[in-house]
Design a protein around this ligand. Sequence first.
Ligand code: FES
Length: 112
Amino acid sequence: MSTAGRWIDVAAVADLPDGDVVGRVADGREVALYRLGDEVFATDATCTHGNASLCGGFVEPDGSIECPLHQGRFDIRTGKALCEPLERDLAVHAVRLEGGRVWIAIRAASGA
Ligand code: FES
């Protein structure tokens, strides 16, 4: 049974280094967690251009994540594809911080 839309505990806030990306699996889906100062964001972990994990990418000072394979960049907050070769935005998931834990609500896959 899918847990899409339900809150899932995925990490301790303290496990997320500031300005970096960490991978987790939630509801069978690989997600990337990003900590930018006091805020935490979550997106799908797989680049929309190819089969590369953004968890091996680089968080840029402007709040974007650079794919390690072809250097496409996404806005971490919105998932918007910012440059070539990217043509599709990245799915972002809602994040809630509670009791030092990171909870995310997985966005249903398109067509689900
Ligand atoms: Fe990410 Fe090509 S696989 S930019």
